[in-house]
Design a protein around this ligand. Structure first.
Ligand SMILES: Nc1ncnc2c1ncn2[C@@H]1O[C@H](COP(=O)(O)OP(=O)(O)OP(=O)(O)O)[C@@H](O)[C@H]1O
Ligand SMILES: [Mg+2]
Length: 254
């Protein structure tokens, strides 16, 4: 994926939520109904996925390699559109939005964290985090102030001026998380956020995500690590493009 997907252009997004369907609840952040994704060449990466995520949830999306996890994240993050089925994110029906409006939706409502960090080389941690606010309409001074605040929040107050190559893997991921949450998105999506980290750094990144969740963030973490998945309040299990289990603490399938 290129950075062009992640940084977006300021565009028009309806100022108020469009009318939500009769079943949509105001605290529903993600609502997928019957989502199918077929890639050119005939691969059916998702086959009839229903998924609802409510504000304040912390869930794992778990499944073997090739099962469709990243495809699901791309659709939930509005980086891609489904072949068929309904997608509603932060109250918006994405089928009704142009690509430009979708970019605006993404920059305002969704934060992304990837296994390989996706930081801009050669610029400071603080500048990297401020980049996440580029299209927020905030002044540069305010963006830098909020970036500093976000870095403090992830425990990197003493590494603001370090460039990516001067940070450890775990610290790079914290910068990426700070960038993703600096704009207070409705939804934080993390694709294998601990995949490039040793066990200890991975655990501390997971602890940071739990902390952010306790502070109210809605977070979906893609992982093929069963232990990480089991440590989160809800596990959505995907296999061959289908959700085969959806468990929360009560053990109730939803
Ligand atoms: N751009 C694409 N074009 C064609 N097929 C694709 C594309 N992206 C993914 N696929 C296929 O779709 C299926 C699901 O891929 P996806 O990347 O979602 O899996 P995943 O669960 O994230 O796997 P991993 O754990 O290895 O990251 C795979 O069979 C893959 O080969
Ligand atoms: Mg993947």
């Amino acid at each position: 994926m290129t950075r062009a997907h992640l940084t977006t252009h300021p565009t028009t997004l309806p100022a108020t939520h469009p009318a939500t369907g009769p079943t949509a609840r105001p605290d529903t952040v993600v609502e997928l109904t019957g989502v199918t994704k077929e890639y050119p060449g005939g691969v059916a990466a998702l086959r009839g996925v229903d998924l609802t995520v409510t504000a304040g949830e912390l869930l794992a999306i778990v499944g073997p390699s090739g099962s469709g996890k990243s495809t699901l994240l791309h659709i939930v993050g509005t980086l891609d559109r489904p072949t068929a089925g309904g997608v509603r994110i932060a109250g918006y029906d994405i089928a009704a939005l142009s690509d430009r409006s979708l970019s605006a939706l993404r920059s305002r409502h969704v934060g992304f964290v990837f296994q390989s960090f996706h930081l801009v080389p050669g610029i400071s941690a603080r500048a990297n985090v401020a980049e996440g606010l580029l299209y927020s309409g905030l002044s540069r001074a305010e963006r830098l102030r909020r970036a500093a605040e976000a870095l403090e929040r992830v425990g990197l107050g003493d590494r603001m001026d370090h460039r990516p190559h001067e940070l450890s893997g775990g610290q790079k991921q914290r910068v990426a998380i700070a960038r993703a949450v600096a704009g207070a998105p409705d939804l934080l999506l993390a694709d294998e956020p601990t995949g490039a980290l040793d066990t200890a750094s991975g655990e501390s990144v997971m602890e940071l995500l739990r902390e952010l969740n306790r502070d109210g963030a809605t977070i979906a973490v893609i992982t093929h690590d069963q232990e990480i998945a089991a440590s989160l309040p809800r596990q959505v299990r995907i296999r061959d493009g289908e959700i085969v289990a959806d468990r929360s603490p009560a053990g109730v399938a939803s």
